[in-house]
Design a protein around this ligand. Structure first.
Ligand code: GZL
Length: 355
């Protein structure tokens, strides 16, 4: 009863309220946010965090493409690498009745209820980069991301080809610095390594979650060097930030990073192909760098454009990705009969890229 009466009173007062606010110089909601976003497509974007150069490149791409210049009102939320923050942000977006929600999910599970809420409110959800594991994948409109298992398989196949090329017949002893446990990138890249190690008889001496951050990459490598010392000849880092940390630890210990493992160098494999990662690939400190494309801004603009025009959009869209090295002996790798080129990195190529 109270609610009904309240609503009648409120309805009668609204014109007076607005007049009053105007007189006191206060702005109504319309003069504030809503007016500013008038005519723009409002997009709520829940980003994982700012844990790596890759993540920053991904955010830059989204904020550049989905800007007011191009007709978008982007509401960007940094989840600070916590799923609960991302879920809160999504609920905010739903409450604000945004036109679209874009989510880069830190891990694959735990999204069903919130995705269902958005779906029931008629807000299309675009998942980018990592995947969600839902009971019903019709609750989101599109997923655009990477084939993380293929990324890992390309890296491991490169290692296999390289070891054969140098006729390396000693034990292959690997330190595995994985990404955030439960994230699609970690699941795919780790699965590829474990499968290759089993197939080719490589030893994984240690496997720990580096959370895609440089500090943990360094900590894990320091611990590994203490425990396994000279036995280590390969480090498989699931992103460039971890690789940078691992390289710091290795060089601090007096060992050298590089591809001459017969002479005791430690070979680094990495993912992302960020600028920092490619500079280290150019100078041979990273032997092979398998790209993970962060440029989701243009992809999301294309998807939203198609949805607005009720054009057909694929439910899954895969990003184009390359693989880079400065070791000229391996120029391609074959996976399931498909040939994937290995691009020789040079300074001109690095300077020509957006990230
Ligand atoms: C992969 C992406 C990963 C990157 C890391 O698509 O989610 O998260 O490989 C980033 O650098 O932190």
């Amino acid at each position: 009863m109270t609610h009904r009466i309240g609503s009648i009173i409120f309805k009668a007062l609204v014109p007076a309220l607005i007049t009053g606010l105007a007189l006191c110089g206060c702005k109504t909601k319309e003069e504030d946010g809503t007016a500013a976003s008038e005519g723009l497509v409002t997009v709520g974007f829940s980003q994982i965090g700012a844990e790596s150069d890759w993540r920053i490149a991904s955010s830059d791409s989204m904020q550049t493409s989905l800007s007011t210049t191009y007709g978008y009102n982007l509401i960007y939320d940094d989840g600070q690498q916590k799923q609960e923050n991302q879920l809160l942000a999504m609920r905010e977006f739903i409450d604000q009745s945004v036109d679209y929600i874009i989510l880069d999910p830190i891990t694959e599970t735990g999204w069903d209820a919130t995705l269902r809420e958005a779906y029931d409110e008629g807000i299309p959800v675009i998942i980018i980069d990592r995947r969600v594991d839902t009971l019903d994948d019709s609750v989101y409109t599109v997923w655009a991301g990477s084939d993380f298992l293929l990324e890992g398989r390309r890296a491991c196949r490169w290692l296999k080809e390289y070891l054969e090329h140098i006729s390396f017949d000693d034990d292959v002893n690997i330190i595995h610095i994985s990404g955030t446990t439960g994230s699609s990138a970690q699941i795919g890249r780790t699965k590829a390594l474990k499968s290759a190690a089993k197939k080719f008889g490589w030893n994984i001496l240690m496997s720990e979650d580096g959370d895609f951050v440089q500090a943990k990459g360094r900590e894990i490598m320091e611990k590994a060097l203490e425990e396994y010392g000279d036995k280590i000849n390969v480090v498989y880092c699931e992103n460039d930030s971890e690789a940078i940390g691992a390289i710091e630890a290795i060089e601090q210990s007096g060992r050298r990073v590089g591809s001459d493992i017969k002479s005791g160098e430690i070979m680094i494999l990495s993912f992302d192909a960020t600028r920092q990662g490619l500079l280290l690939t150019l100078n041979g400190k990273i032997s092979v760098n398998t790209e993970c494309n962060p440029e989701y801004g243009p992809v999301c603009v294309d998807i939203i454009g198609k949805l607005k025009n009720a054009s057909r959009v694929e439910h899954e869209i895969y990003m184009e990705e390359s693989q880079f090295s400065a070791i000229e002996d391996i120029t391609e790798v074959e996976i399931d009969g498909e040939i994937y080129p290995v691009t020789m990195v040079d300074r001109e190529l690095i300077d020509s890229r957006n990230y």
